[in-house]
Design a protein around this ligand. Structure first.
Ligand code: GLP
Length: 244
């Protein structure tokens, strides 16, 4: 779906999430959301916060699982995805703290394999993701599933692509300061979500959006695996869609 601009598109995505939360509330069920970081989802989070403050949208039945976190990364570091999520969403809504799950960048390297297995189990035991929000990196990554990621991959530690580290360099004051690794949900973890919305804004995403949607499915562009997901929508602004 192509919108005139990111602001308009973000309103529609936020409304879909709010409607899902409310319909689950009516059924007295939890709503399991997979959440993303980066600049793309910021306006969606702003709109959800507004709906909480002005319209009484409650998040008491919401359980969240974030896609990824840099590794190693302290939780209180203002470059962490923990910090980002609290700053843009969690600090402003009534979600229960125990319902927030974000990969932990402080886990020791010896424990990380088990930690990732447990993250997967926790998602499954919660009932599985009802909705997964995604951005896309210029390498075609979703979460931090860089080129070469297998369709069956689960939550794991990965090495970041050089392009990804260059793109994150302004946040870290130079590419050399960007962590070399990250913990990410896998391609398979993402594909198991009942509903997926991938958002992309701006001209610098136009090429990867074209490759993701119009070229063959390939691990070289991990987001292309979404082509076979039965309930995925790409929400784009006109610039991101300009090469389609
Ligand atoms: C990071 C995140 C991704 C995100 C991507 C794009 O690499 N790990 O989940 O999709 O950035 O970021 P932006 O939305 O800022 O373009």
């Amino acid at each position: 779906v192509i919108f005139k601009n990111a602001a308009q598109a973000s309103m529609i995505v936020a409304k879909e999430i709010a409607d899902l939360i409310k319909s689950k509330q009516q059924k007295k069920e939890n709503c399991i959301l997979g959440l993303a970081t980066g600049s793309s989802p910021i306006m969606v989070y702003e709109e959800l916060v507004r709906m909480h403050k002005e319209e009484g949208l409650s998040f008491r039945n919401v359980i969240t699982f974030n896609l990824d976190e840099y590794y190693p990364m302290r939780i209180d570091n203002n470059k962490s995805y923990h910090y980002f999520m609290h700053q843009h969403l969690f600090d402003h809504i009534d979600i229960k703290l125990e319902n927030i799950n974000i990969p932990d960048g402080t886990v020791s390297i010896e424990e990380i394999k088990q930690y990732c297995i447990d993250y997967e189990i926790k998602i499954k035991n919660s009932g599985g993701l009802d909705f997964q929000l995604l951005g896309i990196g210029r390498t075609g990554h979703v979460g931090f599933n860089e080129p070469g990621s297998h369709i069956n991959s689960g939550t794991r530690i990965i090495t970041l692509d050089h392009i990804t580290r260059v793109d994150a360099s302004s946040d870290f004051n130079g590419t050399d300061n960007v962590p070399k690794r990250a913990i990410t949900m896998g391609v398979s973890t993402i594909l198991q979500s009942k509903r997926i919305v991938l958002m992309a804004w701006g001209q610098n995403k136009a090429d990867i959006i074209k490759r993701t949607i119009q070229e063959d499915i390939s691990a070289e562009v991990p987001a292309s695996f979404l082509q076979n997901h039965p309930n995925t929508t790409f929400v784009l602004d006109q610039s991101a869609a300009s090469e389609l």
